[in-house]
Design a protein around this ligand. Structure first.
Ligand code: SAM
Ligand code: DTB
Ligand code: SF4
Length: 349
């Protein structure tokens, strides 16, 4: 059964939420409830129509400021208040970042993403990050940053330095947000997403599943993404990496098929976005990842570490793609089908 593409209607209006949307919470929830095979078939059909289903973007990540974060995100190993064994490190020196970017480029990366364990950058941090962005751009790479909530003028300053993308996740459904994070509100995230768009930066925005949320709340996360004034060009779907010491260390693992359903529903409701199979791959079987690619995932992070947690070895990932007759995207996808993202140009025959 194919649900009709619905007429636009948001569940609630607010900062960053407009009146003109394609999906309701109920129709997204109904997609989750579709028979698994029918859902996957529909998602793959859309994936084939709008994207190259055999190409996967490979993105690189570097933690430029690690740990010691004042926020209380229940999933995060970098929150200072949890005892997770993550050693706090101040902002890396420019030379360290450039060396890392050069190494990534030498390995074939065309995009470099920097993450910082901040609630948000202080104004004095911006020139330092801007210098990193300029060096990355000088290497001919795309630049992405995820630095937390942005203050006035900061998005514009990052854009002026050459930043291409800003990653800022809404992380979970609006009605579950208060269970996971108490040091900021959902609308704070929407405000920063507004600033990112207004500064002309491309948006990378998604969330985490497997945090004890209900299926309706997984639908709520995706619904909130469809309610943004413009669909994010990139949508990372993270599976919770349960880290000892965090409040979610013992969260009940999500059924792998429910995770795959989430990728499929994201593919359907955000048809032009690149859906990224993001954190949590170390805990996934190759077979589960294959389902995710079929369901519409078109991007992964490569390298043996995400920010602080392990990620599969790059050789393993490249071998997996090859076994699935997939190939790393060697240049950014075109607009309309989607956007530009990190790619590795490595060709493996
Ligand atoms: N501090 C900034 C912020 O929160 O926006 C940027 C860095 S933060 C680590 C980036 C994203 O990583 C979070 O929004 C969350 O989606 C993801 N993340 C953090 N810890 C995670 C975990 N244990 N499992 C899965 N995703 C996680
Ligand atoms: C995103 O959505 N996932 C990435 C990236 N954006 C910055 C981060 C995942 C972090 C996983 C936990 C860690 O390694 O610390
Ligand atoms: Fe800080 Fe970001 Fe981790 Fe939250 S997710 S504790 S804001 S680093």
């Amino acid at each position: 059964m194919h649900l009709p593409l619905p007429k636009n209607r948001p569940v609630e209006a607010g900062p960053g939420v407009t009146e003109d949307h394609a999906w309701t919470l109920e129709t997204i929830e109904a997609l989750f409830d579709e028979p698994f095979m029918a859902l996957l078939a529909r998602a793959h059909e859309i994936h084939m129509a709008r994207h190259d289903p055999h190409a996967v973007q490979l993105s690189t990540l570097l933690s430029v400021k690690t740990g010691g974060c004042p926020e209380d995100c229940a999933y995060c190993p970098q929150a200072q208040r949890y005892h997770t064994g993550v050693e706090a490190q101040k902002l890396l020196e420019l030379g360290e970042v450039v060396a890392s970017a050069r190494a990534a480029k030498a390995a074939g990366a065309t995009r470099f993403c920097m993450g910082a364990a901040w609630r948000g950058p202080k104004d004095r941090d911006i020139p330092k990050v801007a210098a990193m962005i300029r060096e990355i751009k000088a290497l001919g790479m795309e630049a992405c940053a995820t630095l937390g909530l942005l203050g006035e003028g900061q998005a514009e300053a990052l854009k002026a330095a050459g930043l291409d993308y800003y990653n800022h996740n809404i992380d979970t459904a609006p009605d579950y947000y208060g269970e996971i994070i108490h040091t900021r509100e959902f609308k704070d995230r929407l405000n920063t997403l507004d600033q990112i768009r207004q500064a002309g930066l491309k948006t990378c925005c998604g969330g985490i599943v497997g945090m004890g949320e209900t299926r309706r709340q997984r639908a709520g996360l995706l619904h909130a993404l469809t309610c943004l004034p413009q669909a994010p060009q990139s949508v990372p779907i993270n599976q919770l990496v349960p880290v000892p010491g965090t409040p979610l260390a013992d969260a009940r693992p999500l059924d792998p098929f429910e995770f795959i359903r989430t990728i499929a529903v994201a593919r359907i409701v955000l048809p032009d976005s690149v859906v990224r199979l993001s954190a949590g791959r170390q805990q996934m079987s190759d077979e589960m990842q294959a389902w995710c690619f079929f369901a519409g995932a078109g991007s992964i992070f490569v390298g043996d570490r995400l920010l602080t947690t392990p990620n599969p070895a790059e050789d393993h990932d490249l071998a997996l793609l090859k076994r699935l007759d997939l190939h790393p995207m060697d240049r950014p996808p075109t607009e309309g089908g989607t956007l530009q993202e990190t790619t590795l140009t490595r060709v493996h025959s």
